[in-house]
Design a protein around this ligand. Structure first.
Ligand SMILES: NC(=O)c1ccc[n+]([C@@H]2O[C@H](COP(=O)([O-])OP(=O)(O)OC[C@H]3O[C@@H](n4cnc5c(N)ncnc54)[C@H](O)[C@@H]3O)[C@@H](O)[C@H]2O)c1
Length: 300
């Protein structure tokens, strides 16, 4: 375990409460701020429910505190993790406050999914300590954290964050360029774009696309990365396949019109009962449970 240092979490939503759980369970004091009192009021309850599902004791409750003022959460923190909504202007405002309020040596990290960190840090002084830490949901079960530096982020900032994340049991990786989507979401959404295009073109329905992924290369993905796989089959075979197929893949520069139509029609997925596929409360809950149980078993 690393030496305990105070961690501030900005935003106590889906990701923020999970981040508080990761650091609290590793013995770090965590101070959480949210603009919504309801999010703070339910913070401990949500962490306790996660721990119960994991069959783990709630023995670090005293380390996690909720604060209605950002200055109180940030006071004395060595690391600040921002997990507020994915809106650039909001994140810029929050980081401007963090630069003012946090100790000069504190690391300031955003959990943005796809926004370049340099856009969030634009124009701020002491940008050397600002970086991205892109976690995956649920952060206490998915090991990866992408650590993203801008052209201004200091090497010491990156090193300190990699060391901290390793010490709390995560699998951090250093993403060397601050590009939209970093690595994980670029790969994930390249796959989703093609999946949507296949449905839109009538090649297969949504259920079939999901079955193809889950019952074929999806089975291997957790133990065989795409580039290991290319080496396994041979780069020569990979080149032959790319010569035959790449020019047929979807290259629409923006979101698919099929996706835009779903949203316009209110087919928003599980929350509206219909998206690419049809959902009831029960089938949606069962799927969420399957994912949680799988991740829990995989974590060991
Ligand atoms: N949900 C995911 O799977 C996931 C995965 C990785 C990264 N992210 C990123 O993490 C961030 C948070 O996502 P989430 O899913 O936890 O969102 P969320 O909506 O569940 O939580 C956001 C929280 O921020 C609070 N908030 C709103 N304005 C605020 C402000 N000015 N200051 C402090 N808190 C404020 C909200 O009240 C809410 O509790 C986003 O940038 C998102 O893109 C999400």
């Amino acid at each position: 375990m690393s030496t305990p240092q105070t961690i501030a979490v900005i935003g106590a939503g889906l990701m923020g409460h999970g981040l508080a759980q990761v650091f609290g369970s590793a013995g770090h004091p965590v101070r959480v701020y949210d603009a919504q009192p309801a999010a703070l009021a339910s913070l401990h309850e949500r962490i306790a429910a996660n721990l119960e599902s994991l069959g783990r004791p709630d023995d670090f409750r005293h380390l996690v505190s909720a604060h209605g003022e950002i200055a109180d959460a940030v006071a004395g923190a060595g690391v600040v993790l921002e997990a507020a909504p994915e809106k650039l202007a909001l994140k810029q405002q929050i980081f401007a406050r963090l630069v003012e309020l946090a100790a000069p040596e504190a690391l300031l990290a955003s959990n943005t999914s796809v926004i370049p960190i340099s856009e969030i840090a634009a124009g701020l002084p002491t940008a050397g300590r600002i970086l991205g830490t892109h976690w995956w949901n649920p952060p206490f079960l998915v090991p990866l954290v992408e650590v993203v530096g801008t052209a201004q982020t200091s090497p010491a900032t990156i090193e300190a964050m990699l060391a901290l994340l390793t010490a709390v049991g995560k699998t951090p990786v250093h993403v060397k360029k601050d590009v939209p989507g970093f690595v994980g979401n670029r790969l994930q959404h390249a796959l989703w774009r093609e999946a949507i295009a296949i449905v839109a073109a009538g090649i297969a329905d949504a259920e079939t696309v999901d079955t193809v992924v889950k019952a074929s290369f999806g089975r291997r993905l957790a133990v065989l990365g795409p580039l290991e796989n290319a080496d396994l089959v041979g780069t020569d075979l990979t080149l032959d396949i790319h010569n035959a197929v790449l020019s047929h893949l979807d290259r629409t520069p923006g979101p698919s019109p099929y996706l835009e139509a779903l949203v316009a029609e209110g087919r928003l997925g599980m929350k509206s009962g219909q998206g690419f596929r049809a959902w009831t409360g029960e089938t949606a809950a069962a799927l969420r449970r399957r994912v949680f149980d799988y991740l829990k078993a995989y974590k060991g």
